[in-house]
Design a protein around this ligand. Sequence first.
Ligand SMILES: Cc1cc2nc3c(=O)[nH]c(=O)nc-3n(C[C@H](O)[C@H](O)[C@H](O)COP(=O)(O)OP(=O)(O)OC[C@H]3O[C@@H](n4cnc5c(N)ncnc54)[C@H](O)[C@@H]3O)c2cc1C
Ligand code: FES
Length: 355
Amino acid sequence: MLVVHIRDWPTPVQFRRGTILDAALSGGVPVPYQCRSGQCGSCKCQLLEGEIEHDAYLPEALSERERSNGWVLACRARPKTDIKIDCKGRLEREEPVPIRVRARVERRERLTNDIIRLVLAQEDSSLLFKAGQFVKLRFAGLPPRSYSMASLSGHNHLEFYIREIADGRVSTHVARHLSIGDPVAIEGPYGAAYLRSSCTKVIIAAAGGSGLAPILAIAREATRNLMPCPLHLYFGVRRESDLFALSALAELAERNSRLSLHIVLSDQADGNTAFRTGFPNEAISLDFTDLSQAQVYSAGPPPMVSAVARTALALGAQTEHIYSDPFTNDQAAIEPPATSMITRGLKLLSRTLGR
Ligand SMILES: Cc1cc2nc3c(=O)[nH]c(=O)nc-3n(C[C@H](O)[C@H](O)[C@H](O)COP(=O)(O)OP(=O)(O)OC[C@H]3O[C@@H](n4cnc5c(N)ncnc54)[C@H](O)[C@@H]3O)c2cc1C
Ligand code: FES
């Protein structure tokens, strides 16, 4: 078995499969990362010894010059020999170490045409995580998939909102075939778009569809911690019939006078609704003129997450205070992207950066 040595980390980690980042996180080393798909550059480390092979990535994430100077993206690189890397002292020790936990299905209910609420009861140890993080769930015989917790750390039960995708292997299984008591293997937590412990002026939290899961967790944590900043939660869906978890949101708003809820419908432009219409980023730009002191969280479909980041940047938000959680397909993060995907990704990234 190959071994990955990480400078400033006392013990080497074993490489079984996946990428250097997978090996590091499984070994409990908090190498920084965000997109896990070669688009953001957060996981850049320097290869000091050994050989790797590198999957495709965006040039914005790693320039040719950096690559020829030995820099690699931990989320896209696989060791071919034992290796040593240096993440330049950027190991973030604030994030909980991923572990494996066994759980059973406690509850499964359909909330809308395509949203399922799933509650898992942990069997052995209890997962520690930050509000906004996700885990990989593995149901019998199926590949793992990432799902974000809507509930908070410290409880035996974990709550998820899962969107059923037509022909989706795992989401269809969850929606149609899962039974109460079925075993589920959990690995995590993962993710860097979690609620930071301090806030400056205002928190913007935007969700599209099932992206409400991590955003609800963020709002719950901000409420539990009595965070002093106003929190504006934007929840975007297509039509009124797609709305879910409204009672959980209303209960939070009742307990937290600093929480403002904004429901935004994108396919109801006929005005035949009491809710706002349009997209979350459009509502944000109508409500704010200056986000330079804001923390901005967004989760859900990648185009929505990217549009929120673009809007926030245009309103002066600092890049380091924008925490994006695009619900990409897990396979896309593992398979090298085809050229057309790279082109699309490039456009997405340059739009995100406002260029
Ligand atoms: C960090 C992270 C957190 C996530 N959190 C959640 C969550 O809380 N709730 C949730 O419902 N999902 C979440 N997802 C998405 C989830 O991991 C799966 O990708 C999704 O459930 C589809 O898996 P599947 O096996 O059903 O589909 P697959 O069998 O993998 O794919 C079937 C088809 O659907 C397409 N597809 C896959 N995913 C999507 C998608 N998200 N939107 C549109 N088309 C898609 C594929 O390209 C393919 O054509 C998250 C993803 C990431 C990366
Ligand atoms: S985590 Fe974004 S490039 Fe690796």
